[in-house]
Every structure is written in C-alpha cells, then in structure tokens.
Design a protein around this ligand. Sequence first.
Ligand code: PMP
Ligand code: GLU
Length: 405
Amino acid sequence: MNSSAMNHQHLSNRIINMGESATLKMAQLARELTAQGHKIISLSLGEPDFDTPDHIKKAAIKALEDGFTKYTPVAGLLELRQAICTKLERDNKLSYKATQIVVSNGAKQSIANLSMSLLQEGDEAIVLSPYWVSYKEIVELSGASCVFVKGSIEQDFKANAEQIKAAISDKTRMLIFSSPCNPTGSVFTREELKAIADVIAQHPQITIVSDEIYEYINFTGEAHVSIAEFENVKNQTVIVNGFSKGFSMTGWRLGYIAAPQWIADACVKMQGQFTSGAACFSQKAAAYALLSDMTPTFKMTEEFHKRRDLFVRLLSEVPGFKVNNPTGAFYVFPDVSAYYGKSFEDQKIENADDFCDYILYKGHVALVSGDAFGDPNCVRLSYSLGEDDLKEAVRRIAEAVSKLK
Ligand code: PMP
Ligand code: GLU
C-alpha cells in the first residue's frame, strides 16, 4: 500500500463524501493565478468589495480597548441579541425574545447548527434550486438527504408552492431557501411566500430555514418580506441572517438565527460543543452597527443596483448568453449552455465546469460553475467589483466565447 492510500484510510467517509465549496475553491484559484502574475478579474466570490464602514470598525477598536476580549455566552452577548430583536421589530415587524436569538461564527455556522440539530439519517430536506452551494453538503453531513425542487430560468428561478407541495413526503423535516437568492439574485414576492407558507403550515413536522442574508441588497422597490411574517408558519420558521453582506463584514464572522425557542436551545447546545460564542469584539461592533446609521448599507445597495443595470445590459449583449434579471443580492446566473459542444483549438466545452475553466484560462475571468448551485446550464457571476472591472470582464468573456466554434 502506498503512503497516500494509507493516509486516505484514516479519513472518515463523512469527509471523503463531502464536496469542496466551489465558491471558495474558485476564489482561491483566482488568488493563486493572480499571485503568479496573471491579471485575473475575479467574479467568483460572493463578497462585497466595500470596506466595513468606519463607525463599525471604530466600535470594534473601542471594544478591544475596553477589554472585550474574552469568551461570550455561547448564544452571543445579550447586548447583541437585544439589538437583533430591535432590528427584527424595526425592519421586519417581528417580535422575538433575546433567548430566541443565537449568534454564530457566520451564517454558515448557523445553517450547520440547524442542520445538525434538526436532521438525521432517513430525513429529507427540500432545497429550492438553484441553491447556495453549502446547503447540500451541510444537509448531507447530518445524514439526511436533499430533495431539490427546481425553479427554471423561465420561472425566474423560483420554485412555486405547488412544486414544493408535490415534493413533501412523510420524511420531510426541512425546507431551505434564500431570498434574495444566492446564486440567482431572485426575490420571492409576498404572494409567493404566502403560498409556500400555506403549504408548509399543513405539515408541522417541517421547519422552514429562511436564509435572509441578502435582505438589504434588494432592488425590487418593495420592503423585504420574511416568510416568518406569516402567522401560520412563524412557529415553524427559522430566520438566518448575518453581517457579511449588508454591512460588508465577511471577515468578522457573524451570523445569527431567530428561531422557535426549542430550536434556539438546540443550536446553543450544538455550538457549545463546536466553537463556543463568536468573537467578542466583533459582536460589540455588530450590536452598534445594527442600531446606528444605516446609510452606508443603503449606499452599497444603491451602488449594487447601478452595477446590476450595467452588468445585466452588457452580459445580455454577449451572443449565446441567456441572462436573468436579478432583483437582489449581487449575482447574475446566465444560462450558457448554447456553448456546450463547441471548441477552441483542443479545448472542448462539454459543461459549465469546462466553460468556467475556458473563461479562466483564456479570458482571465473567474466565474463559478452552476453545477455547484444545482443548475449545470448556468454559471454564476458576482458583480461585487467596480464598473471598469465589470466592463473589462464582459469584454474578455465576449472575446473568449467568440472563438468557440
Ligand atoms: N447564506 C448565503 C445565501 C450566502 O451567500 C452566504 C455566503 N456569504 C452565507 C449564507 C454564509 O455567510 P457568512 O457565513 O459569511 O455569514
Ligand atoms: N457566500 C459567498 C459565496 O457564495 C462566500 C463564499 C462561501 O462562503 O461560499 O460566494
């Protein structure tokens, strides 16, 4: 037996069977190529390009100076959980007690806590597709399986209540989706969410995991709608949210849930064995962020809105690109399957992975394959870059695809 085979023997099936995060992998590859001197434009990572607003940074510095450098309660500082309750009242007209809030090391951990607490072998989780990459792997880690319910590009990528109803079985324990959606940028309307709520209310064993991390990045002109606003499912719904997107605080690692008490208690127990509470000074700054001036957040959204208009217009002019019109988040998810079967020199495009490789190595633009999000006809482009870079990225993409015959 060679040594690599021996090493492999010591890994669990759990990790061997787990897919790597396609978003993080592509972002890393783009960083490596950049370090080698290639001028890569990375549209791969879902991360706002804006710096964290100054007043939030100052609050963290003050927290450090004031000695907030220790463990916090596992569920988070009471001050932050109370600020989250105030935010939920203010922005969503939803009433929660501080004990129902659990702060985690990013919304990613919030979702992992939920999955590990609510799901087990034999259970099913309905995942609305296209879906954010990590839902599938996190659900499967719990032993449960995913049942994907797909929204086509013609449906603006939004699966409807009838489709969800048809996917429910006596094993279904969870429904998970994001709105605004990563990777499509689609936003569910109040009517669409109400129809879904009416279906799920008939099945009290199902918990809705409503990922609202892009809440503030919404161009519909309507207020954000949380499915938890519907009384008939409030006690079956967990809101997932965080600071990464709306406050441009990806590196601060802060997410949270607002949940029925029994679910919040389970997540605290889970987190208490894995990581304890999130970083203390990050939490102090986040409490301040929620209750202070939100102008920087609204300005970022305005900027994303302008970029969306530009980027969607330019991408729609690329032959063979079927482009959706996202109304939230900062992603576009075009169908590029018109290029499957085409080649340039010895490089043949069979699928979205090949397409992304081709655009990366020939066009020096990093995208993420739609495969990782449940739609192999599409690719995801994140427009969290300035307008000049976005224009140049589309120019490079158009030039690269024009060579495919
Ligand atoms: N949910 C969605 C839909 C996301 O796009 C992300 C990526 N930022 C997360 C959750 C996790 O975010 P974080 O862990 O940075 O809070
Ligand atoms: N959520 C972002 C994305 O989809 C960040 C990367 C990740 O956590 O997967 O790109």
